[in-house]
Write a protein that binds this ligand. Structure first.
Ligand code: GLU
Length: 352
């Protein structure tokens, strides 16, 4: 009997040695890029301010209790207002995410970013980060010095989501004003309100309140670890322009874009991706010169379908499906690295 007890004790001891040490908290890295969340004004009630003036260390100090959610490390990637976000910085962020997430010592990433172009970077990372671990973007509408600044709680919630195992496999997420949005579907809808982000067609992925998350759905689009886009050796993206359509639009904007060397053009069309006849002719001429033309819409909600009022099959255009013009530009830029066949690119717009 004594011998059996001894053997059990030895087996337990061996088991303990072989199982990896349990972490007290998840490891989360914050990559800071700038934006209003890092903005500062001369007073708490002034609307004029400078984006990207505060460092990540100062931002973390303004969030009491954040250290209880995760072991946090901060890295400053850039410090710009997101109107100055560039493909260079996006590539840098994507490559750093891939480097960090490939190791076992990082469980999730939070990216602080301005809200103006948050949806572009979120969608770019959704296509280029090769991991199922949570990647969560966060910003704020009020600068860090404002009365009722929204940045600190947004940052607290974003770290909680990045540390939540249930956030895995949902693609890149954006956490703002207690809501969790999918990169594919969110868009900025107000120039100034703290409730600016909405996902008009698909709704939110979940909600978060003081670090407690509630999950509603999984984004249905292909993303991150299942994405076919690989930017590990990419340093530059092909030129893609967005042209805004309106009543009596001038078609020579399309000609100018082709002349300037665009490889792709996204039309922010009226209604279901429409434009006037002269512009359809200019876009068809662009296709004949090897430029890929995508019809998206300037309308805030709804999809753009093929062959509704425009004969895409005949003219060689692509319909953007649910992607708005700014996200269509991201997908088309990455797609053009792989080829320029309209049928294949159309399939990418259905998949991603
Ligand atoms: N232009 C700023 C930016 O995008 C303002 C928006 C914000 O961060 O809230 O960085």
């Amino acid at each position: 009997m004594k011998r059996v007890y001894m053997m059990i004790l030895v087996l337990i001891a061996i088991g303990c040695q072989n199982s990896p040490a349990k972490k007290d908290k998840p490891d989360v890295v914050i990559l800071a890029t700038g934006g209003t969340i890092a903005g500062a004004a001369a007073s708490g009630t002034q609307s004029a301010y400078t984006s990207g003036a505060v460092t990540i260390d100062a931002m973390l100090k303004a969030v009491p209790g954040i250290e209880k959610l995760a072991n946090i490390k901060g890295e400053q990637i850039s410090n710009v207002g997101s109107q100055d976000m560039s493909f260079d910085i996006m590539l840098k962020v994507a490559k750093r995410c891939n480097q960090l997430l490939s190791g076992s010592n990082v469980d999730g990433i939070v990216i602080t970013h301005g809200t103006d172009t948050m949806e572009e970077t979120a969608y770019f990372l959704n296509l280029t980060v090769k991991s199922d671990k949570p990647v969560v973007m966060v910003g704020s509408m009020r600068p860090s010095t404002a009365v009722s600044a929204d940045g600190p709680l947004n940052l607290y919630n974003a770290v909680a989501v990045a540390a939540d195992p249930k956030a895995k496999g949902r693609g890149v997420l954006v956490v703002m004003n207690d809501q969790i949005h999918a990169a594919h579907s969110l868009t900025k809808t107000s120039t100034t309100s703290v409730q600016t982000f909405m996902s008009p067609l698909r709704g939110v992925v979940g909600v978060t309140a003081y670090g407690k998350d509630d999950w509603y759905n999984n984004p249905p689009w292909t993303h991150t670890s299942k994405s076919e886009f690989d930017i590990s050796n990419v340093t530059k993206l092909p030129r893609v322009d967005i042209i805004f359509a309106d009543a009596d639009m001038e078609p020579d904007l399309i000609d100018a874009s082709v002349k300037a060397g665009a490889k792709g053009i996204v039309i922010a069309g009226v209604g279901n991706g429409n434009m006037n006849k002269v512009s359809v002719d200019a876009a068809a001429a662009a296709v004949k010169q090897g430029v890929v033309v995508v019809r998206s819409s300037r309308v805030a909600t709804g999809m753009v379908d093929r062959n509704v009022e425009v004969d895409d099959d005949k003219l060689g255009f692509i319909a953007s499906d649910e992607l708005n013009p700014q996200k269509s530009r991201i997908l088309l830029s990455l797609a053009l690295l792989k080829g320029d066949k309209p049928a294949q690119i159309q399939e990418l717009f259905r998949t991603y």
